[in-house]
Write a protein that binds this ligand. Sequence first.
Ligand code: ADP
Ligand code: GN1
Ligand code: MG
Length: 370
Amino acid sequence: MSEAQIKHDLGSIARQFQIAGRFLYAAPYGSGHINDTFAAVFEHEGSLVRYILQRINHNVFKNPMALMQNVERVTAHVRSKLHARNADDIDRRTLTLVPDQSGRNWHIDAKGNHWRCYYFIEKAATYDQCENPTQAYQAARAFGEFQNLLADLPAPRLHETIPSFHNTRARFDALRTAIAKDSANRAATVKPEIQFALVQETMVDVLLQEHKAGNLPERVTHNDTKLNNVMLDDETGEGVCVIDLDTVMPGLALYDFGDFCRSACRPTLEDERDLSKVEMRMDMFEALVAGYLKSAGEVLTSREKDFLSFSAPLITFEIGIRFLCDHLEGDRYFKIHRENHNADRARVQFKMVESFLKNTKQMEAVVGRS
Ligand code: ADP
Ligand code: GN1
Ligand code: MG
């Protein structure tokens, strides 16, 4: 039995959901940094059927019920828009929650963990590293489409599942506090990274000030648009379904654009140790701009377009300082799989920031002629 199976009785948890057939087994799945994700396999009328079973990380998401309300509203809205468009294959184009035996879309176990279950999107995959510009284009197109589908989500405003999630000023100040406290005694080992982060301060207020001045509108955004949060169809390569909806909430379109640039322009994994391999790829950036403008271009204001290329180093920097901060605080937030993992992740982000900044002119030219 695996550690996860010992920790949680996955069979009895899976059986709490309204799933037809006989539970066979469940195994850890995917490479997310936050939730505990399992693929649960059932036998039904002679076939094997998979489901995604997830324990919501309640240290990160302090109000799992509010989060689930968001997910319910967002998935229902996307589904109804797809119906109205006569889209095919709707169960693969949006996440579908499976209710528990009492009819709720989540289950709380005896230990107080919140679980949910989704249909498994088959014949599609997520990627931790972007392999070619077609994948970049498809991912960006799908995230832009997702923003579009949610543009007319009826009131009320979605819950902020993590307040100030993309407030880069707040993230920067949190880093400063973590450096000062040095609670895990690690600051001396990451001096160059700290130095790099501190000199980038001028970046952190730019979008916040633009928003405050009324120049950048609040929208419903995904806020965690890394490449492995979109499923690409195995046969056609199409960006078929945007997943990981825990941070869908009010935000700026540029947060989403910046984050998929961060992950898809990188030629390596997020935690690559050989930094000589880490440089932004302009062909991926071109594909991301094209894919995003294809689906979201009509909605974006010209001011938003002005900041597309800036959002890439900004959001990459923001996530870099979050990794660095977590390293300094003793790895309390992101899951780690080796020593100094968060420091390695931070270094890769900072190398990407440098590379984006070096290529600013060319990136702006790409946006300008799109
Ligand atoms: P985390 O918040 O921890 O990143 P995710 O919701 O992104 O969790 O899920 C982790 C991984 O599980 C995803 O990257 C994806 O590979 C896989 N996954 C999640 N939901 C589904 C689904 N409905 N169908 C198939 N795979 C899924
Ligand atoms: C986390 O959940 P996951 O692994 O898709 C994080 C994002 C970071 C990302 C970095 C809720 O995303 O904000 O950008 O790791 N999610 C949360 O890889 O903090
Ligand atoms: Mg994820």
